[in-house]
Design a protein around this ligand. Structure first.
Ligand code: 1CP
Length: 342
C-alpha cells in the first residue's frame, strides 16, 4: 500500500509483506477504463493526453490499492516519436509503416523525440502528485528488439520472420538500428525518470523469438547500453528488465544486462529461478494471467507455490504477462486478498 514496500523490495530488502502490481493493470478488464477509452478518438492521442493517461493510471490503484502504479502509455510510443506512423486499429492492434531494411531509417529520426514524448512526462508528473508518495510510480519503455519486431513487420506478428531474418543476414544494418533505438530509449526513460518515475521497466516482450546464439547482441547488450545510458544521464532509479520467454537465458541477462531486477514470465519455474538467479536480486512475477479467469483452487495453489519459492529473496508479486480483458474484476481481488492474508 505504501511505496516503501515496493521500493524497499526493489532495493533488495525482503519484508514479511509481498508488494503486488499487475502488468496491464490499467486496461480493458476494468469497466472504468473502458468508459474513458470509449470517449477517446485514437489510442496514441489517449497516451499523449496527460490528464486522461494519469486518470486511467490511477484507476487500478483506487480499486485495489496496488503497491505500484505503471504509467498509462505504450511501448510503441517510441516508434511513433521516430515517425513510423503508428496507429492502433480496433480489433487489429498496432499498424506501422513496415521497413524493407534495417537501414531504412537514420539518426535524423531522433530529432525532437523529447518534445514529442513530453506529454508522457507530464502524465507522470500529474500521477506522481496524485499518488502523494503513498504508491510507487513505474515508467517504462520497449526494448529495441521488441520494437524492431513491430517496426519490421508493420504490426504484430506471430513469428517475426523479417526481424529474425535480419538477425542473420543484415547484421551490420541491424546493429545501426539497435543503436538508434538504444538512444531513443535512453532519452525516453530519462525523460520519465526526470518527471518522477520511481522505477523504470524495460519490456522485451518478444525476446522469446531470438535464437539463443544471438541473444547477447540482440537482447542483453542493448539492455546494458540502456541501463548505462540512463545512469550516465544521472538517474538512479532501480530498473526492471523483462526479457519474456528467454528461459535459461535469464541467468546471463541477470548477470550482464545491468538491471537491478528481472521480471519472470509464467514459463519460468519459480523454484529454478530461486536457485539460479543472483541470491539478492529482486524478482517479479509470475502467475499465469489466464489462471485469473476462473480463480479456482489451482490458481491459489500456484500463488502459494510462487510465494514459497521466493520466501527468502526480495519478490514483487506480478503476473507472467499482461492481464487479459475478460478477467473478472472480483478474481483480481481474490488474488490480492490471498497474497495479503497469508
Ligand atoms: O485500446 C486499448 O485499450 C488497447 C489495449 C492497450 C493498452 C491498455 C494497448 C494496445 N496498450 C495498452 C497500454 C499499455 N501497453 C501499458 C499500460 C500500463 C499498464 O500496464 O497498465 C503497457 C505497460 C503496455 C506495454 C506494451 N504494449 C507491451 C509490452 C508488454 C506486453 O504486454 O508484452 C506491448 C508488446 C505493447 C504493444 C501493444 N499495445 C497495444 C496492443 C494491442 C499491442 C500489441 C500486442 C501484440 O502484438 O500482441
Amino acid at each position: 500500500m505504501t511505496d516503501q514496500l515496493f521500493l524497499s523490495t526493489m532495493q533488495g530488502i525482503k519484508s514479511t509483506q509481498t508488494p503486488i502490481w499487475m502488468m496491464r493493470q490499467a486496461g480493458r478488464y476494468l469497466a472504468e477504463y473502458r468508459a474513458v477509452r470509449a470517449k477517446q478518438t485514437d489510442f496514441i492521442s489517449f497516451c499523449l493526453n496527460p490528464e486522461q493517461a494519469s486518470a486511467v493510471t490511477l484507476q487500478p490503484i483506487a480499486r485495489y490499492g496496488f503497491d505500484a502504479a505503471i504509467i498509462f502509455s505504450d511501448i510503441l510510443m517510441v516508434p511513433w516519436a521516430i515517425k513510423r506512423n503508428v496507429q492502433f486499429k480496433t480489433g487489429i492492434g498496432p499498424l506501422l509503416d513496415a521497413m524493407d531494411k534495417p537501414d531504412d531509417i537514420d539518426r535524423s529520426c531522433l530529432r525532437r523525440l523529447d518534445e514529442k514524448l513530453a506529454p508522457v512526462g507530464k502524465a507522470l508528473e500529474l500521477t506522481k502528485t496524485a499518488l502523494q508518495g503513498k504508491t510507487a510510480l513505474i515508467g517504462f519503455a520497449g526494448a529495441p528488439w521488441t520494437l524492431i519486431t513491430y517496426m519490421a513487420e508493420g504490426g504484430s506478428s506471430r513469428d517475426f520472420p523479417k526481424a529474425r531474418q535480419w538477425a542473420w543476414q543484415e547484421t551490420k544494418a541491424l546493429e545501426g538500428l539497435l543503436s538508434i533505438l538504444v538512444e531513443a530509449t535512453v532519452s525516453f526513460l530519462s525523460l520519465q525518470a526526470k518527471a518522477g518515475a520511481d522505477v523504470l521497466m524495460l519490456f522485451d516482450s518478444w525476446a522469446s523469438a531470438v535464437p539463443a546464439s544471438q541473444r547477447d547482441w540482440l537482447v542483453v547488450k542493448p539492455a546494458r547500453s540502456i541501463v548505462e545510458g540512463v545512469r550516465a544521464n544521472g538517474h538512479r532509479q532501480p530498473m526492471i528488465g523483462f526479457p519474456r520467454g528467454i528461459g535459461e537465458g535469464l541467468i546471463q541477462y541477470a548477470a550482464e544486462s545491468g538491471v537491478d531486477s528481472v521480471g519472470l514470465d509464467h514459463g519460468v519455474d519459480p523454484v529454478w529461478a530461486g536457485k539460479n538467479l543472483p541470491a539478492k536480486m529482486p524478482v517479479q512475477g509470475n502467475l499465469d494471467p489466464l489462471s485469473l479467469l476462473n480463480a479456482g483452487p489451482e490458481m491459489f495453489r500456484d500463488i502459494d507455490h510462487i510465494l514459497d519459492a521466493f520466501h527468502d529473496r526480495p519478490h514483487i508479486f506480478n503476473l507472467g504477462h499482461g492481464i487479459t480483458p475478460p478477467t473478472p474484476v472480483e478474481n483480481v481481488q481474490k488474488m490480492i486478498d490471498h497474497i495479503r492474508n497469508r
